[in-house]
Design a protein. Structure first.
Length: 94
C-alpha cells in the first residue's frame, strides 16, 4: 500500500501544473483516496468483532481490486504512461 501511495504522490507531483494532465491527476487521486479510506477503515473500531474486521479487510481488498480496474480505464496522457504502469502494478500488489 505504501509503495502505491508513494508512486501516486510522485506521479501527481510530477504532473501537477500540466493542464493536459489535470483530469488524469484528478482521476488517479480519486481512485487512490477510495483505497486509502477503505484501508484506513480496517481496525479503526477497537470494539469491532473478528467478523467485522474480516469484512473490513475484504472491503479494502475489493476496493484495491476495483482501483486496478479503474486505473486501467483511465485516459493516460503520453507523459505519464511509464509512471502509470508502475502505479497499476503497485495497486495489483496490495
Amino acid at each position: 500500500m505504501k509503495r502505491a501511495a508513494a508512486i501516486a504522490i510522485c506521479l501527481t507531483a510530477a504532473l501537477s501544473g500540466c493542464s493536459s494532465t489535470d483530469d488524469y491527476v484528478d482521476d488517479v487521486n480519486a481512485i487512490q483516496e477510495r483505497v486509502i479510506e477503505a484501508s484506513n477503515a480496517v481496525g479503526s473500531d477497537l470494539d469491532a468483532s473478528k467478523k467485522e474486521i474480516v469484512a473490513q479487510l475484504e472491503a479494502a481488498e475489493a476496493e484495491a481490486d476495483e482501483a486496478v480496474s479503474d486505473l486501467q480505464e483511465v485516459d493516460v496522457p503520453e507523459d505519464a504512461e511509464n509512471g502509470h504502469e508502475e502505479l497499476v502494478k503497485g495497486f495489483e500488489d496490495l
